[in-house]
Design a protein around this ligand. Sequence first.
Ligand code: PMP
Length: 462
Amino acid sequence: MKHDVNEFDAAAVVASDRNHVWHHLTQHKPFEQNDPMVIVEGKGMRVWDAKGNEYLDMVSGAVWTVNVGYGRESIADAVRDQLVKMNYFAQSAGNIPAAQFAEKLIEKMPGMSRVYYSNSGSEANEKAFKIVRQIAHKKYGGKKHKILFRERDYHGTTITALSATGQFERKNQYGPFTPGFVEFPHCSEYRSQFGDVDDYGVRAALEMEKVILAEGPDTIGAVCLEPITAGGGVITPPRGYWEKIQEICKKYDILLHIDEVVCGLGRTGKWFGYQHYGIKPDMVTMAKGVASGYAAISCTVTTEAVFEAFKDDPSDRMGYFRDISTFGGCTAGPAAALANMKIIEDENLLENATQMGEYLMGRLHQLADKYNVIGDVRGKGLFAGLELVKDRQTKEPVDESLPIAIAADCMKQGVIIGRTNRSFEHLNNTLCFSPALIVTQAELDQMVDALDNAFARLAPNA
Ligand code: PMP
């Protein structure tokens, strides 16, 4: 499968892109020294650029989004059928796919009850923050309004979502930020900040309690956490961590908000990342894999108890959730989400993510046996990271130029891999992998072979 290069004028498209598109997360000066890569077609795990080059995409559309792979006609058909029937209506009016998807989604999330639609992960998180703030006003005279977040976690691009983000590279130069967001330390076991003891997970969670006590528990409304930190370094939680976090939240009557924007919809081998850890969240946000990038949709899902807080007093004109998202009324999103979920179910993609994830971890550990520069191998399901270090004893991180060069080398071999961004102590030394949930063993082998070649060239053992 390769696109027909006569379909369009590739040089003209590349020129239009170069002259007029301001790319996301891109330093344009060095970028413009080469032709921009314009991706024009995708099928399954593979994409093609305007020059006809083929790539195996091991990061699901650069930012772990296309969970069911490219070129899914059933999703396109569902969206088309829905759009010609009824494309949009807002406010209190419902629509068929939104109702149906909410029902199906809640079936996958025991304990949860209500789905609030918007368009992006940032927006879904903003809705959750507004819910917390409004509950603080309704029930606690405005006092219990603070929201805790964790070093290295990312919750989105808007100023308030950034206020809840613990990553230097995303935040630097965008302040001042929204008040009332308080950071606490991360739980990275590999870079353990609180001593190398057996119960590291519990210790790391107790750091959150220290911050709660310092701020005053009666001022904290919620804590917002990624189940597995994605862009901050693919950080899996240590044993016992989540149990303790949940216990602390209960103890101080603090809402637990899990940001599943990356891990949601099968990425880790379960519908949601938190479901590996026996957590009972009060709010869950999701976006990327909800419709695998076939439409823009995000969801803020709450328990019935959270929802009830907005229903209790009809005489209070300001008591309801006074929030709207214009495009939360688009039907394309939930229509795509329904078809996307059907694919995950019909093709048993949770099982595939689990099995292929185990295979991937095995192959990455083999690479780590071969190259000393690999300090840590982490992951869950089809979400994995390799943290690179100069020395395994000191764990001194490599300069970010190495992961950048390794990713570029893989790209030359026709394999797209990812890397995290500068966050904790400005660290940027983790390669990451998040293939679509349809990935096969042969495709994982192709990626690991490309990595092997790149490490052999760029980071051979001394
Ligand atoms: N939360 C997490 C964990 C994310 O990784 C992202 C995006 N990478 C977001 C929120 C923000 O999502 P969006 O870019 O759709 O606003």
